[in-house]
Every structure is written in structure tokens, then in C-alpha cells.
Design a protein around this ligand. Structure first.
Ligand code: ZN
Ligand code: ZN
Length: 400
């Protein structure tokens, strides 16, 4: 029985995880360009004598399998994302990024190290596993709306062995180290992206009557877009429309011919998506038209809503409380941030949890995607063992 398996993280295992994280942190690569990162992962998997490895999936994706299941046994998948962000690091860490303008500001360096650490632990008990574990090292998580999970699935990465459940985690700076945020059902929002091009008619700043001022039109469009969530969406449903970028004009005394707006739409209920998309288009078009301009919308549907399945989430709770104690379980509220882990959950049952990485010294905590973001490294061995514990708990409990 698997419940006889006791995972022990040695000092060497702990050092390994920290070393991995620092190495990957120092050499970040943006979405789709995770070449060195993937090579490093493969090298480590090889040195653990894991023989079943497929690489180069949907770019730099890697699948590795530990254990061989017998008839009736289960396959559980664990996923880590591998990409960094186009951000200039400002942490002053001795192992800060050597790649100008690129930084592991979302903690995916930690995720890779944790999954490698979990691999070491699981490999050490491979002979006793009553099932098998699929490791997913996924590229391009930050590359919405495409992402890396969908292309990997479409490339057949999870066709054989086909997982019975998929689990993943994300470091979370607002939770202290040692806390695990677990929640079944809705956890994270769907995220779409759009670009609105407003075509006016440029001209001399002193003769507005002979022009169509695209900046004025853009302002009205932005205002009107903000009425969609407040006036068209049921107040009991969550939704957000944010314009994050606005570009227009060339000179102080020239009326801008064109304005370009870029934004994101976030929502909780999949049904709200078509309403928001349709209203963004209508509002932009009609407001622009009323002012003599034209609006052109490019809209891409991004990551779906992330919904954790009930039973699998219970496995995460069980694994956490058995190993770290009940107090380690943190109550968390869902957020409209998005994650392409959601795509796995459309195909497989599973659960995604938030792993506290916050320092006791609050002044050292910065949000994800911040140039000063860093994790309290004590989270690294915890994350590694947690992933392995989840896999073991799932195999053991579900095989009963
Ligand atoms: Zn991110
Ligand atoms: Zn992330």
C-alpha cells in the first residue's frame, strides 16, 4: 500500500531544489523561448535516471513519467510552468537575472525547481508506487491568449499515458511560507484580450471642426466601456474590463488621426463571456460612429475559467493536512487573475492551489509580476514535497 510510503526530504534534496531555483532564476527565458531552461530540466531528469522523457512538445514542453502502472492503477500528472516575463529585475539578489529585460517575476523558476525536487522524491520510491506520475514542464504560461497548455494537449502530450487527474500550484506572496491556499470550485477567472483601433480624421489643432479627433472619441469609448460591467452584467456575476494601454497622437498641435486602445476582459461565469465581448464591440462601434469615427475591434478569447474539481481538491487538502497539519490550510478567495492551468481542468479533473511564499518581513513582499518580486526560499522544499505528497495521496486514496 502507498500509505506505507513515507517521503523524506534529505538535506541534499533541499539544497538541490534551492540550487535549481537559483540557476533558473539567473537565466530566465520569455514565453516560447525556454530553450536553456528545458535543456537544464532534461539534464536533471536524466541524472535522476528517469528514462521515459519526451521533449520539444509545442515548443519546449517536456513530459516525463515515473513509475509503471499495472492494470487498474492510476496516473497522476503534476505540472510546472517554465517561462519568465519581459521585466527588468530589481531585486539585487546575487543570482539575479543575467538576461537584460527578462525576469522570473511570476515565480515559475520556483515551480520548475519544486517539480524537479518532487521528481527526485518520487523516483526514490518508484518501486513502491502503485501507479504512475506524469511530470509536465510547460512553456509559455504567460503567453495569453494562446498559452502553453493547450498546444501541449493538442500535440498529444497527455494522450499516453493519459492522466486521471492533474495538479499544479503557484507561489503566492500574500500567504506566508508554510500556508497552502486550497479551494474547490471556481478559483481564477477567464481572461480575454482586445485591441480597439479608433479611426478619426487628423488635422490642425486650431481647426477641430475640420477633423474627427480620435483622442476625444477614445475617451468617450473608454468611459462607455466602463458601463458594461456596471449596467449590463448581473451584479451577482464578477467581471472586469480594463484598458491598460492607450496610444494616440504625434504632436501637441496636431489632432490625432488614430487612437489604439488595448485591454483585457475578465470574468467568472463562462456565460458572461459572449455578453462582454458583444457589448465591447457594440459600444465601441456605436460611440465612435456617433462622433464621426470608426472603431475596429480585434478580440481574442484567452484562458478559460479555472475550476477545481471537488474530489481532487479534497486530495490536496488531505495531503497538506496529513503532512503539514490542518493549520497549514489557508482559506482563500477566488480572483480574476488567470492561469492556463485552467485548460487542463477542462479536460481532466484536478486542482490548482496557492502556495505561500511570503517573507515574515512584510517589506520584502512584492506582488507577482513586480520587478522586486521574490520568494522566501523556505518555500522551495515545501513545494517540492507537497507536489510529491499530493501525487502519493491521490494514487493511494483513489485506488482504495
Ligand atoms: Zn504570471
Ligand atoms: Zn505565474
Amino acid at each position: 500500500m502507498n500509505n506505507k510510503i513515507k517521503l523524506v526530504m534529505s538535506k541534499a534534496d533541499e539544497e538541490f531544489v534551492v540550487k535549481m531555483r537559483r540557476d533558473i532564476h539567473q537565466h530566465p527565458e520569455i514565453s516560447g523561448q525556454e530553450e536553456r531552461t528545458a535543456a537544464r530540466v532534461i539534464k536533471e531528469l536524466n541524472s535522476m535516471k528517469i528514462s521515459d522523457i519526451r521533449s520539444g512538445i509545442a515548443g519546449h514542453g517536456i513530459i516525463a513519467v515515473i513509475g509503471k502502472k499495472k492494470e487498474g492503477q492510476l496516473t497522476v500528472a503534476l505540472r510546472a510552468d517554465m517561462d519568465a516575463l519581459p521585466i527588468q529585475e530589481q531585486t539585487n539578489l546575487p543570482f539575479a537575472s543575467v538576461n537584460e529585460g527578462v525576469m522570473h517575476a511570476c515565480g515559475h523558476d520556483s515551480h520548475i525547481a519544486m517539480l524537479l525536487g518532487a521528481a527526485r522524491l518520487l523516483k526514490s520510491v518508484e518501486g513502491e508506487l502503485n501507479g504512475q506520475v506524469v511530470l509536465i514542464f510547460q512553456p509559455a504560461e504567460e503567453n495569453a491568449p494562446v498559452g502553453g497548455s493547450r498546444p501541449m494537449i493538442e500535440a498529444g502530450a497527455l494522450d499516453s499515458p493519459k492522466p486521471d487527474a492533474v495538479f499544479g500550484l503557484h507561489v503566492w506572496p500574500t500567504l506566508p511560507v508554510g500556508q497552502v491556499g486550497v479551494r474547490s470550485g471556481f478559483l481564477m477567472g477567464a481572461s480575454d484580450r482586445f485591441k480597439l483601433t479608433i479611426k478619426g480624421k487628423g488635422g490642425h489643432a486650431s481647426m477641430p471642426h475640420e477633423t474627427v479627433d480620435s483622442i476625444i472619441v477614445a475617451m468617450q469609448v473608454i468611459q462607455a466601456l466602463q458601463t458594461i460591467v456596471s449596467r449590463n452584467v448581473n451584479p451577482m456575476d464578477a467581471g472586469v474590463i480594463t484598458i491598460g494601454k492607450l496610444e494616440a497622437g504625434t504632436r501637441y498641435n496636431v489632432i490625432a488621426d488614430e487612437a489604439v486602445l488595448e485591454g483585457t476582459v475578465r470574468l467568472q461565469r463562462p456565460e458572461v463571456r459572449s455578453l462582454l465581448k458583444q457589448r465591447v464591440e457594440q459600444v465601441a462601434e456605436l460611440v465612435a460612429k456617433s462622433l464621426g469615427a470608426r472603431a475596429q475591434l480585434e478580440y481574442s478569447e484567452g484562458y478559460p475559467v479555472l475550476v477545481n474539481s471537488e474530489e481532487e481538491t479534497e486530495m490536496v487538502r488531505l495531503a497538506t493536512s496529513r503532512w503539514l497539519g490542518k493549520d497549514a490550510l489557508a482559506t482563500i478567495e477566488p480572483a480574476l487573475t488567470a492561469e492556463d492551468f485552467a485548460v487542463y481542468l477542462q479536460k481532466f479533473p484536478g486542482s490548482f492551489c496557492w502556495l505561500g511564499c511570503g517573507f515574515p518581513d512584510e517589506s520584502k513582499n512584492f506582488p507577482l509580476h513586480h520587478p522586486q518580486f521574490q520568494v522566501d526560499e523556505r518555500v522551495l522544499p515545501i513545494g517540492a514535497q507537497l507536489l510529491a505528497e499530493i501525487a502519493l495521496t491521490y494514487i493511494q486514496e483513489k485506488s482504495r
